[in-house]
Design a protein around this ligand. Structure first.
Ligand code: NI
Length: 174
């Protein structure tokens, strides 16, 4: 089932998500629905708060269009190690539609998480996957990539979003 993706400035996107306990029976269904929602929106990652669920759950797939899907399900993900080195890369977010900006991230991260079967695993990542992991784990703490930008850039993005929404409303009326 496709879920609705919340967009800034929705207040739920700013909440801290809670750890998922072992008895939670809704995790698998939520992971499935989140993956379907992410693919439909052509995203690389999606965190549960983006669909209004304040649980520490993330889906990521960094496979390109030519590659076969390679979904990664993460429950209670946590960065346990990161490189000293950082690099800057352009990022976007399904909750900040069509807006992109450069953000500094660790070049390499190691994340501990539970998979869909709640087995504890670790993944060491670099490149796009390392960025996606940091971006999505941020969502679980109410942090959005625009928080790393200057106040001016943040204002510009919010303005553009507002403008796009108004335009869309006008088109819907016509
Ligand atoms: Ni995002």
């Amino acid at each position: 089932m496709k879920l609705e993706i919340l967009e800034i400035p929705h207040p739920l996107l700013r909440q801290k998500s809670v750890f998922v306990n072992k008895e939670d029976k809704e995790v698998k269904k939520l992971l499935e629905n989140m993956l379907e929602t992410m693919y439909a929106a052509h995203g690389v990652g999606l965190a549960a708060p983006q669909v209004g669920v304040l649980k520490r759950i993330v889906v990521i797939d960094t496979a390109s269009k030519e590659e076969k899907p390679n979904p990664l399900f993460l429950v209670n993900p946590k960065i346990i190690e990161h490189s000293e080195e950082t690099s800057e890369c352009s990022e976007g977010c399904l909750s900040v539609p069509n807006q992109y900006a450069s953000v500094q991230r660790y070049t390499e991260v190691t994340v501990e998480y539970e998979d869909a079967d709640r087995i504890v695993k670790q993944i060491k990542a670099e490149g796009l996957l390392a960025i996606a992991l940091q971006h999505e784990i941020d969502h679980l703490d109410g942090i959005i990539f625009i928080d790393y930008l200057s106040k001016l850039k943040q204002k510009m993005i919010l303005k553009k979003l507002e403008k796009n929404r108004k335009r869309k409303k006008m088109e819907d009326v016509e």
